[in-house]
Design a protein around this ligand. Structure first.
Ligand SMILES: [Fe+2]
Ligand SMILES: [Fe+2]
Length: 255
């Protein structure tokens, strides 16, 4: 192939890509009712305004970081979790857990404990996070993540865990957890893995040094040993949580 025909082909490829981008940009991005509810409105929004020549976005969203065909957990960290503070909260918690000598599966639990807050849904985040991870981690890891949702509201002086100052700022002086949280706490207290979930709270680092940056590479080996990465890629596999990874990847698929 001559240099000239190669450059013509490159130009064609660029033009095609531009065309595709344009086509995607013209698609309707149908927001889930949940996204609209977050604005105080129960509505389908523009999701029903499709018709001839006006279609809903299906597939990759060109506005979001491009994910590889077979995404790994690390790819989700890179492309779908909030970078900066949220991301550092997870890394710094895992870093502290490691320094405190926790077993690797609990270091992993700390690394992933708020994955729902940082990349999916805030409300009931411990439950969403546990469900997302359940097929891929040790049962104790996902159980601990589920239960930190409730335990974080209740002190345990035996390990020096007090009610977080941050929660007073976040929810106000008088905030009382809902009955289901209280009931979950009571159940968790009696469970054999109670202390594993409690360790997430103990290492849940709200105020960390913004000048210290922990990198995900530090936990590469732990992820390799304790996270069962599917060879097809997260979301392309067939587990009870695959659809959740696909939703994180393509949050605005029309259906
Ligand atoms: Fe949390
Ligand atoms: Fe946290």
């Amino acid at each position: 192939m001559t240099a000239q025909s190669a450059s013509t082909m490159n130009e064609r490829a660029d033009a095609l890509e531009l065309e595709q981008m344009k086509a995607l940009d013209e698609r309707i991005v149908a927001k889930s009712v949940l996204y609209n509810a977050a604005n105080g409105e129960i509505t389908m929004g523009n999701a029903t305004s499709y018709g001839p020549g006006r279609h809903l976005l299906m597939g990759e969203d060109p506005r979001l970081p491009k994910m590889p065909e077979k995404p790994t957990l690390t790819d989700f960290f890179r492309c779908r979790l909030v970078q900066g503070r949220g991301y550092q909260h997870l890394l710094q918690s895992a870093n502290l857990a490691q320094k405190n000598g926790l077993p690797e599966k609990l270091v992993l639990a700390c690394l992933l404990h708020d994955i729902a807050v940082v990349g999916f849904i805030r409300s009931d985040h411990g439950y969403w996070g546990a469900q997302l991870l359940e097929p891929y981690v040790d049962e104790e890891t996902s159980w601990a993540i589920r239960m930190h949702q409730a335990l974080r509201f209740y002190p345990d002086e035996s390990v020096g865990y007090g009610y977080p100052e941050t929660y007073v700022r976040m929810f106000g002086e008088d905030y009382k957890p809902d009955a289901y949280i209280e009931a979950e706490y009571q159940r968790a207290r009696k469970h054999k893995w109670y202390m594993s979930a409690r360790m997430i709270c103990v290492n849940d680092l709200y105020s960390f040094d913004p000048n210290v940056t922990v990198s995900l590479e530090q936990f590469e080996d732990i992820i390799g040993r304790h996270f069962r990465q599917p060879k097809e890629g997260l979301g392309n596999d067939n587990t009870p949580a695959s659809h959740m990874w696909r939703t994180m990847r393509r949050p605005c698929n029309g259906l």
